[in-house]
Design a protein around this ligand. Sequence first.
Ligand SMILES: [Zn+2]
Length: 123
Amino acid sequence: MRITVHQTGSDADLGEQHCCICRQRFHLGPVSCRAFSGPAPEVLWGEVCSACVQGGPDYIQRWLDSFAWSARMSAAQKTEAAEEGISDCPTLDEVLVAESFYERPMFRTPEEYDAALSRGEIL
Ligand SMILES: [Zn+2]
């Protein structure tokens, strides 16, 4: 991966961005750092925040290692799901009937839902 310094392209690019490394929001000003990887043509990852630049290569490498681990886990889970196949799936008619029956969610707040779930009152 290469991280390079650029003059930000236009006024439309200024403002809040998500760092392509740590995913945190940051304010992009007239200077931007961009991450590229791979052989030509390189893949542009996006803008890099100043915290990641300040953290340096080791800090950024830890984020990349974390992404790689997450990607491997996600790929393994998706592969397992694909190999499992679909054992049950409602029809659209069943969904529409359920929508006409349930007019609102079970609880008003996520906390009420979580409490009922932890008490075993719902599945
Ligand atoms: Zn960052």
